[in-house]
Design a protein around this ligand. Sequence first.
Ligand code: NAD
Length: 311
Amino acid sequence: MFDVVTGGAGFIGSHLVDSLVAQGRDVLVIDSLCAGKRDTIEGHIASGRARLLNRDLLADGWQDSFKGAGCVYHLAADPDVRQSAMTPDPTFRNNIIATYRVLEAMRIHGVPEIVFTSTSTVYGNASVIPTPENYAPFEPVSVYGATKLACEALISAYCHSFGMKSWQFRFANIIGARSGHGVITDFIRKLGEDSQELEILGDGKQTKSYLEVHECVDAMHFARAHARDPVNIFNIGSEDWIDVRSIADILVEEMRLTGVKYRFTGGALGWVGDVPKMQLSIDRLKALGWKPRLGSRESVRIAVQAALAEQ
Ligand code: NAD
């Protein structure tokens, strides 16, 4: 039996593939490579432990490959929160329609388990922080968050209607090697263009939880091994947070730059759909016995060092 990882050539997906191969699993990656890179899993392809099917989930030609799979890790998505406020259509299609098509292929081919990567943004601007999984009402403020909430609902319905099991993970900001988007990538690009001035979106006081990608993958496997309800929902994040200005400070220090001026675009939000304060309660996962080894600050430093090493 093999596992399918959609989006397995992307940032989190490629780390997940590393871990599955290390566990001795055979892996089929389905990725359109619109953001992912073949290089990230090349070693596993060469060793025969992973296969890559270069397909867009919105087109056909991949569904039959689900035959005989034990679990689909569905990570393929359009993860750009900011862009989803400018051009909602790709977010809607790559998140909701693609997830529906994955679920249909699972139903038709009898694949019993799905792992889904959701997000803290399903909570919107939560009044309870750290925000637990049973927080209500869900009021996403980004199109991205809304699409992920819709996917969660669809997956839940498929589990109850067709006897599947799901693990749905609401991630804080996941960072680390191979990441192609997010605040660290954005700052490195800007400092590459101008090492004397850094534009920071908003007032720099947006304060959020960050977790290093290996910890995130570890938490996913842990939850999957310890929770066996039809629908298992877990927050995954660190237990503290860090503001955007401090992330800039760590980056400037690691790049050994001096005299960098910060230019804030102003306002409490970095962009339309931004959630300026986010920290997730991870008590549900801790009650099962998992806890992160790293906090947000350490995660940021590791991710910054990894990103600079990749330059
Ligand atoms: P990523 O962009 O690196 O990975 C997404 C992958 O999906 C890419 O390899 C891309 O090529 C592929 N893909 C996109 N649309 C596709 C389609 N229609 N068909 C086939 N492949 C397609 O992003 P990531 O940060 O690794 O995110 C992985 C998952 O985790 C996503 O579902 C994202 O929404 C979720 N998530 C990420 C974070 C984070 O902080 N990185 C936070 C919350 C949730």
